[in-house]
Design a protein around this ligand. Structure first.
Ligand SMILES: Cc1cc2nc3c(=O)[nH]c(=O)nc-3n(C[C@H](O)[C@H](O)[C@H](O)COP(=O)(O)O)c2cc1C
Ligand code: SF4
Length: 437
């Protein structure tokens, strides 16, 4: 494999305007080059050529699965009648806090990205599905939408190009499962956020039964830069041709400087923790890291310090984990791994939509067993029971929340088994549990 280490030093892209307080206003956005990308392509570059540019850039989805963006767009059939873009701004994955900042601080960048996506795919209506708790980000986006309508960037015959597009916001109501793309579409349609069985995929049968693209806020926020500066420029950033551009890493937990870091794809986790985040808090030893939101299997110190795992989509997948949502949760030597797993299991139990019995029952069983273990009431059979639940929860359900839960707890039990055994043998958590059974 050819690693391009020289491509790992770069400027910020989607967060470049974060230091500029005026960037959230249309004047500030335009002054810093905003809305130049749509001027460049609307009426000048054919929609299919725009899809080819995005494909050539190598941009992959930043919402969770890392699916190539241009390829996803190319699945949408070229047919008459409405097609839709659903912007995923639900951001419910534990440990993730980037989309809210992108909407708050640079809402026009998102709007311009939406316009580019809609133009490329021939979409005239886009819905931004915003997590219900995101009051300030939603206000920022709504204000920016009003400004962009006023300036003629949204609406009928944009910039005289003949292309028309409307953009609406829709507030979620606080369910994690509405971040799953088909749960999101159901919710947008005014129904309960129950994921749909796939196939058919949303690109073919999506919102109101019509072809629909679902893209994450960060994914779309990259587009104006790719159009302006070219696919080759973007593809030149990152560790290899399949892991291009930057990611917004949301680093939380036991580091000296937790926060949001936009960095090129492919730095090692160690470089992020020790370099950018100032090392472990109080000089404590690193114990584990969840590299991509709660669903990404936990990594051990050995994997981080000895194997030097890189934070790109494919390196993390090879290591049995995933880049997921970019939420990096760092844990030091004082962390009880049973307690950490219990906390996450309680989350999945709460958020399962309940449609599939293995998920509805499985998440409840897992949370119950972890709570028992953490409270010193575990029995030796518990670990075997967890292993059998793990197998049953994978690949058998409508959406992958069940798999995500299994991946999460499977990795905790496998990699930190001795801690689980110590809880059973000692009849208590060595650190004491804040979560009652
Ligand atoms: C349970 C679950 C929750 C999800 N939550 C989110 C979310 O909050 N935001 C998001 O962008 N993607 C989320 N996803 C991923 C979406 O289903 C979808 O893949 C993504 O929005 C596609 O956008 P992208 O291709 O730009 O990444 C979630 C997936 C699952 C299974
Ligand atoms: S896997 Fe869980 S969250 Fe997904 S549809 Fe089935 S019950 Fe709902």
């Amino acid at each position: 494999m050819n690693l391009r280490l020289d491509a790992l030093v770069t400027e910020k892209i989607v967060s470049a305007r974060f230091g500029d307080a005026g960037a959230a206003d249309i004047g500030g956005y335009e002054a810093s080059g905003g809305y130049r990308a749509i001027r460049k392509i609307f009426g000048q570059t054919g929609p299919k050529d725009v899809i080819e540019i995005v494909k050539a850039s190598g941009l992959r989805g930043r919402g969770g699965a890392g699916f190539p963006c241009g390829l996803k767009w190319s699945f949408v059939p070229d047919m008459d009648g409405p097609k839709y873009l659903a912007v995923n701004a639900d951001e419910g994955e534990p440990g993730t806090f980037k989309d809210r900042e992108l909407m708050l601080r640079d809402p026009h960048q998102l709007i311009e990205g939406i316009l580019i996506a809609c133009y490329a795919v021939g979409i005239e209506k886009a819905y931004i599905f915003i997590r219900g708790e995101f009051d300030a980000p939603a206000r920022s986006v709504n204000k920016a939408l009003a400004e962009a309508y006023e300036a003629g960037y949204i609406g009928e015959n944009i910039l005289g190009s003949g292309f028309s597009c409307d953009i609406y916001t829709h507030m979620g109501a606080g369910a994690y499962i509405c971040g799953e793309e088909t749960g999101l579409l159901e919710s947008l349609e005014g129904k309960r956020g129950h994921p749909r069985l796939k196939p058919p995929f949303p690109a073919i049968v999506g919102l109101y039964g019509r072809p629909t693209v679902v893209n994450n806020v960060e994914t779309l926020s990259n587009l104006s830069h790719i159009i302006e500066r070219g696919a080759d420029w973007y593809a030149g950033i990152g560790i290899d041709e399949k892991n291009t551009g930057t990611r917004m890493y949301c680093v939380s937990g036991h580091v000296e400087k937790p926060g949001l870091y936009e960095l090129p794809l492919g730095l090692t986790l160690e470089e992020i923790v020790d370099g950018h985040c100032g090392g472990m808090r109080g000089g404590k030893a690193l114990k584990a890291v969840i590299p991509g939101g709660a669903s990404a299997p936990v990594l051990t110190t050995k994997e981080i310090r000895e194997d030097k795992i890189r934070m790109d989509f494919d390196a993390l997948a090879r290591a049995g984990s995933m880049g997921g949502s970019g939420g990096v949760i760092v844990m030091d030597e004082t962390t009880c791994m049973v307690q950490a797993a219990q906390r996450l299991a309680l989350f999945y139990e709460e958020e399962s939509c309940g449609q599939c019995s293995v998920c509805r029952e499985g998440t409840g069983w897992v949370a119950g067993i972890f709570s028992r273990l953490e409270n010193g009431r575990g029995v030796p059979d518990d670990l075997g029971t967890l292993e059998s639940i793990d197998v049953n929860m994978r690949g058998n359900t409508i959406c992958v929340l069940s798999d995500a839960c299994a991946m999460m707890f499977g990795a905790f039990v496998k990699k930190f088994r001795s801690e689980f055994e110590a809880h059973i043998e000692g009849g208590r958590c060595p650190l004491g549990s804040p979560y009652p059974a």
